[in-house]
Design a protein around this ligand. Structure first.
Ligand SMILES: [Zn+2]
Length: 251
């Protein structure tokens, strides 16, 4: 049987685990109030199958379900703010066991712990404008993978991203930004050039997919862990208007 691409596997797990009406109802059971906004959904309408869920590692699937459940709570205004008490803090002084890594933009509107309604010790987060990667970021992820055994990496782009907009505008004007911002523009340039004539959302998603591909092929550590199935790397897109996170396919 051919190997299913990682993101496709994740998408099917999401569809099966968290995006059916029954699952959404289960996630929200016990919550009062009227939901007025859509839940987080993958941008894939493939039918869910139990078989597909079994193809990703159980730990990555469980991590994905926790993220989706938290984002659904956030979108529907049923946040639990878990593990944010002094007791939670004191319980983490000697260890951390985050269940997911998030590579997200530095934008003040895109805090992963808030967007996914998680708490202290839950997420290992690397944030840089435009959610791009360099050796420092990759080294941070390698630490989390090797020493904290995190099974899932989510590269999280977002709507109205200033870094993506700046890259598009600078490249369109053949400009040269001052200071170190130019390094961000160059990191996003492949996505800009691949989406000429398209809108900023397309550029942002292309940039996310480029970063996902870069992490999956990063040698020697990430590539080996991806190939062995120890870690899944997926892309996602945060909609500021709805609060929903959409998990992206590979194309
Ligand atoms: Zn941004």
């Amino acid at each position: 049987m051919p190997t299913m691409p990682n993101s496709s596997k994740i998408l099917r797990a999401l569809t099966a685990a968290a995006c059916t009406g029954a699952a959404i109802a289960a996630l929200l059971s016990g919550c009062a109030g009227t939901a007025t906004r859509p839940p987080a959904t993958p941008d894939d309408d493939s039918p869910a199958t139990a078989h597909a869920v079994a193809e990703i590692s159980p730990r990555a699937a469980a991590a994905t379900r926790r993220l989706v459940a938290g984002n659904v709570r956030f979108v529907w205004d049923h946040m639990q703010h878990p593990r944010q008490t002094p007791d939670s803090r004191s319980g983490l002084t000697n260890l951390q066991q985050p269940f997911a890594i998030i590579v997200s933009c530095s934008d003040s509107r895109v805090g992963p712990e808030i967007v996914f309604d998680q708490g202290l010790g839950d997420l290992f987060v690397a944030r840089v404008a435009g959610n791009v990667i360099d050796d420092h970021v990759v080294g941070s992820l390698e630490y989390a993978l090797e020493h904290l055994h995190v099974p899932l990496i989510v590269v999280l782009g977002h709507e109205y991203c200033g870094a993506v907009t700046a890259a598009r505008d600078t490249i369109a004007a053949h400009g040269h930004p001052e200071g170190h911002i130019g390094s961000l523009v160059e990191a996003i340039r492949p996505a800009v050039e691949a989406t000429l004539g398209e809108d900023a959302e397309d550029t942002c998603k292309a940039n996310v997919r480029n970063v996902v591909a870069g992490l999956r092929s990063s040698e020697p550590i990430l590539k080996a862990m991806v190939d062995s199935g120890e870690v899944e790397v997926v892309g996602a897109y945060y909609d500021l208007d709805t609060g929903g996170v959409t998990f992206l396919g590979d194309s």
